[in-house]
Structures are given as structure tokens and as C-alpha cells.
Design a protein around this ligand. Structure first.
Ligand code: KIV
Ligand code: ZN
Length: 435
């Protein structure tokens, strides 16, 4: 595939150099079937969940949160059915979520009976607002909830020795909690679980509601990573939401701050404004020359499945996937892109350098055809390119200027985008050419 420019370097004399960059992919976890599913108007049935699961496997996601088995019979049946199916490849691990309650934890383990390998994800909220308003509990009470839950994980796992168990703990509302308290709770959970470098505890640090600029979240992650005793026995995971519109940025800065793993959803589905978009984080890495180890080379197929399963459209301007993101209407952009394609033509091994296009659309399985489209904002470069591509007609420069008046008139009169057929018709009418 194409070569892309590594992260641009900026020389700031008062800063340590080089600046931090992302140089390797994180561990990815998709929570489309859990955080994503719990946020949509019509939650997925098992047919849709299976289809989404297969897509995630195809894309290359190795850790997939498949639901909250104790939340209801549909969830439970889907998960226990999945475990018994042959859908889960050997290198893919499923994860289930549970609150820290004995009945819910037991039910979660029940749903996973017979699993080869699984992650059980325990969570409880730790921030002052939740402690004071939702639970009316002291710090110590909240810590004890986590400790009791962790002990139950250990006990229940011991009853099913045929499964390779992993545990994940989330201090929910981490980003709005006191850092010393989150550390204290996570340390207590680690003491109960007894993780090691070879069998680490996944500590997932959620921005449950995004409440600050992304650098603040990254500072919290860095502080946590630096101050967690036995850091080697933990996988630090990020779980960002998008309430301020910076869920992706927070995940990226969080990786640079020392985290190992990123949780999110395809195209940013998830509670409220969504989780961080895994497609965007992955493709951002790709366009800077870092292989994300997720395959979005057939983005249209991914979109089709995601839209069908979530019953929500992907926004036309969504980075990398949106219908309009490889389209330019304005004349100067069209001209620059056309020149870029000409310069790039046939040079697959060369650095990608087409103006206004951060990525070769072909790397996402898109064609160049949709790149240049024509409306009343377009310049002569655009429609000349369309005529050349569709009719093999290369207009001389002077004729382009003349024809441009006709095209603009047609676009203004019709107040809409002109397709290749419209442009050809306009040309025939302007220069009295018969059918
Ligand atoms: O946003 C959140 O805090 C969550 C947790 C359950 C991890 O989804
Ligand atoms: Zn969440």
C-alpha cells in the first residue's frame, strides 16, 4: 500500500525534543456490542450482533466486548450461544461487562461456561458526584465494592478451570474522580487479583463523561501510569467518550501518555455523543506511516454492516468513511487535486502527496471517481476533468474558460450538483453538438 508521511516534527526551543508521537498500535477493544449497543434506539438482536461480531473479526479486532450478560435474557442467550459457536477465532478474546454485585457476577460467569478464553470486566463508579448523589457512600464503601467484586471474580473463575480467564477493572467516572482515590481502589483490586507481567490485570480508565480538554485526560493517564505500583502487571486501557467532541484526541493523547490499549466503537457509536471512533484512531495512525493492524481497506462494506446493525447513518463528513470526505466541490481544490493525481499517477511506491486528500482513497477501497464533483462553486478544472474522464475529451485552456460560464449557468439555474451526464449535455447544448 501507499507510503505516508511520519508525524510532522515541530521544533519548540523551550520543550524537550523530540515531541511524543504514536509509533506502534495499541491493543484494540471494540465495545460496539456493549457500549454501542446499549446506546442505540433499537438494540441489536442476535442476528445483528453475530453479523457485527463477524465484521469485527474480519477487520482484525482481537478483543471484543460482546455484552452485559446479566442485563437480560437476550444478552445472556447471545453470549452463551456465541461461546458455543465456532465464530470466535483462536486469536480473538471476548469480554463481558458486569457491575460489582454477586448475582450479576455469577450470571456473567454462567454465560461464559465452556469458553476457551474470556475477559470479565468489573466496574463501579468512583467519582465524588456518584459517591455523594447516586450511591450516598463514603470512599471506603466504594473501595469495598471494588474489592468484593474482585474477590468474586477470583472465586467464580476458580470454579471453571477449563477457561483461560482475564480480568478487567474500570473505576467508572475515572476522569472526574480524585486521582489518589482511583489509584487506591485499583491498587486494592490488584492486591485481590494478584496479577503478574504474564497475567496482567487490565485497568480501564474511563472518561465516562468527557469533562475537560484531552490534554487533561492524558495528564491523568500519565500520572496514573507513573504512580501505579507494579505497573508491569497492568495493561492500562483507555475508554473515552465524546461529550466535548474530543474523544479521539483524548485517546491519542492517552496513548502518548503511556496507555497500552484503546476501547471504542466503529464510527464512534456509544452512549450520548459516542465512544472514541476506532476507525478514526486507526486510520490517523495509518496516514502517519504506522500500521494500526486493523484493516479498513473495504470501508464501504464496514459502513454497510455498521449502519444496518446500529440502524444509524454514518455522517457524510465522518473522517475516512463519510460519503463526502473524498469529494471536492470548490474550483481551487479540484484543480489542486487534479494536479496531485497527475503527479502521483502510477507511482504506488511514492509518498502520497495529493493536495487536500490526507489519504489515497484507494487504501479504503474507494475509487477516484467520486473525488471531483461539480456544482455552482466549482472551477473549470473540475468539469474539465469530468469531461476528460467520462468522454475522453480534453478541452483546451481557452475553451475551459468559455465552457465554465455555461456550466455555472446550468448549476445556478438548477441549484444542484451536476453529474457527468449533465456536464456532457451542457457541453452539447453550448456548442450545438447533436446526440
Ligand atoms: O463509560 C464508561 O465508564 C463505561 C464503563 C462501564 C467502562 O462504559
Ligand atoms: Zn462507556
Amino acid at each position: 500500500s501507499r507510503k505516508y508521511q511520519p508525524f510532522p516534527q515541530v521544533d519548540l526551543p523551550d520543550r524537550q525534543w523530540p515531541a511524543r508521537t504514536i509509533t506502534a498500535p495499541p491493543r484494540w477493544l471494540s465495545t460496539d456490542l456493549r457500549d454501542g449497543n446499549q446506546s442505540i434506539i433499537d438494540p441489536m438482536d442476535s442476528v445483528k450482533k453475530n453479523r457485527f461480531f463477524d465484521l469485527l473479526v474480519e477487520v482484525g479486532v482481537k478483543e471484543i466486548e460482546v455484552g452485559f450478560p446479566a442485563a437480560g435474557q437476550t444478552e445472556f442467550d447471545f453470549i452463551s450461544g456465541l461461546v458455543k459457536s465456532d465464530r470466535i477465532p483462536d486469536d480473538v478474546v471476548i469480554q463481558v461487562l458486569t457491575q460489582s454485585r454477586e448475582d450479576l457476577i455469577k450470571r456473567s460467569f454462567e454465560s461464559l461456561q465452556g469458553a476457551r478464553e474470556a475477559i470479565v470486566h468489573l466496574y463501579n463508579a468512583v467519582s465524588p458526584a456518584w459517591r455523594d448523589i447516586v450511591f450516598r457512600m463514603s470512599r471506603e464503601d466504594v473501595k469495598q465494592i471494588a474489592i468484593k467484586g474482585a474477590q468474586l471474580l477470583v472465586d467464580e473463575a476458580a470454579k471453571q478451570p477449563g477457561t483461560k480467564w482475564h480480568f478487567q477493572y474500570s473505576p467508572e467516572t475515572f476522569s472526574t474522580a480524585e486521582l489518589d482515590f482511583s489509584l487506591e481502589v485499583c491498587e486494592a483490586v490488584m492486591k485481590v487479583v494478584g496479577p503478574s507481567k504474564d497475567w496482567p490485570l487490565i485497568i480501564n480508565l474511563p472518561a465516562t463523561v468527557e469533562a475537560a480538554t484531552p490534554n487533561i485526560y492524558a495528564d491523568q493517564i500519565e500520572y496514573f501510569c507513573r504512580n501505579l505500583p507494579n505497573r508491569d502487571a497492568a495493561v492500562i486501557s483507555l475508554h473515552t467518550h465524546n461529550d466535548r467532541g474530543t474523544g479521539v484526541a483524548a485517546a491519542e493523547l492517552g496513548m502518548m501518555a503511556g496507555a497500552d490499549r484503546v476501547e471504542g466503537c466503529l464510527f464512534g457509536n456509544g452512549e450520548r455523543t459516542g465512544n472514541c471512533c476506532l476507525v478514526t484512531v486507526a486510520m490517523n495512525m495509518y496516514t502517519q506511516g504506522v500500521d494500526p493492524q486493523l484493516d479498513f481497506s473495504n470501508i464501504d462494506k464496514v459502513i454497510e454492516t455498521v449502519e444496518y446493525c446500529n440502524q444509524l447513518p454514518v455522517h457524510p463528513r465522518h473522517p475516512y468513511g463519510g460519503e463526502l470526505v473524498f469529494t471536492a466541490f470548490s474550483g481551487s481544490h479540484q484543480d489542486a487535486i487534479k494536479k496531485g493525481f497527475e503527479a502521483q499517477h502510477g507511482r504506488n511506491d511514492e509518498l502520497w502527496r495529493v493536495p487536500y486528500l490526507p489519504i489515497d482513497p484507494a487504501d479504503l477501497g474507494r475509487s477516484y471517481e467520486a473525488v471531483i464533483r461539480v456544482n455552482s462553486q466549482s472551477g473549470k478544472g473540475g468539469f474539465a476533468w469530468v469531461l476528460e474522464q467520462t468522454q475522453g475529451l480534453k478541452l483546451p485552456k481557452k475553451m475551459q474558460a468559455d465552457f465554465s460560464r455555461h456550466v455555472q449557468k446550468m448549476a445556478d439555474e438548477q441549484s444542484r450538483e451536476l453529474n457527468a451526464e449533465d456536464i456532457w449535455q451542457c457541453f452539447r447544448e453550448a456548442y450545438f453538438i447533436g446526440n
